[in-house]
Design a protein around this ligand. Sequence first.
Ligand SMILES: [Mn+2]
Length: 268
Amino acid sequence: MEAPEPSAGRYAIGDIHGYLDELDAALVAAGLTDADGAWSGGEATVWFLGDFSDRGPDGIGVIDRIRRLAANAESAGGQVDALLGNHELLLLGTHKFDDTMVPTTYPQRSFHRVWKLNGGQQSDLDRLTDEHVEWLSGRGVVARVGEHLLMHSDTTSYLSYGDSPEAINAAVAEVLAGDDIDDWWVCFRRLTGRHEFREDHGEETAAEVLRRLGGRQIVHGHSTIPSHLGVAPAAVEAPHEYAGGKALAIDGGVYLGGPCLIVPLTNP
Ligand SMILES: [Mn+2]
């Protein structure tokens, strides 16, 4: 199959979880990179929605790929950027606090233990450099892109950090720049919330988030499409729009054997 023409379009990509080969194949299929992995997306904009590492084999490779694409895209007039997910908080928190117990947890937990329990890979931790930490710490958690509001998790918890994407990102950056393990833990917990745009009040909840942060549709990863639809991961072919069109789930569940979706952000 011939790769589609690159465009100046906007795309979002959900949770990769270390599955670098699947990401690379999806980028080629979408026409965003060529067979050698070089950016061929022209002036396209691509946002990664977090959870780059853990569960799969090469989380650091995924982070390095995103950073390289960002540099290549910029020189071609395009843009590649990324938001942090809960797994970035776990990886960075483990790097920073290791086995230190978080005082507010009961029973007592450490970042290292919770990271391991959630698929943390020692090879990622071993390869995480100061440069990776610096790059990750410079990423936001929410972005407004046209009429889309991008975030990792399907939760309202972002709002507890502020009333605009800028304020939220600044508040989280302050947490990450600090040494308070409780602040870090709270941030991880908040970014782990899910399913708040579903069920009876889901549409109202999504509408309230959009009213406060802007945009007409929330685009998120974190809660996989198979988990939303109750279907087998391999059966997923497209993002899942719900909450009266106010939410779009884009995580195909790559680590479960689902597709690595590259989702065009068209007007909602
Ligand atoms: Mn997640």
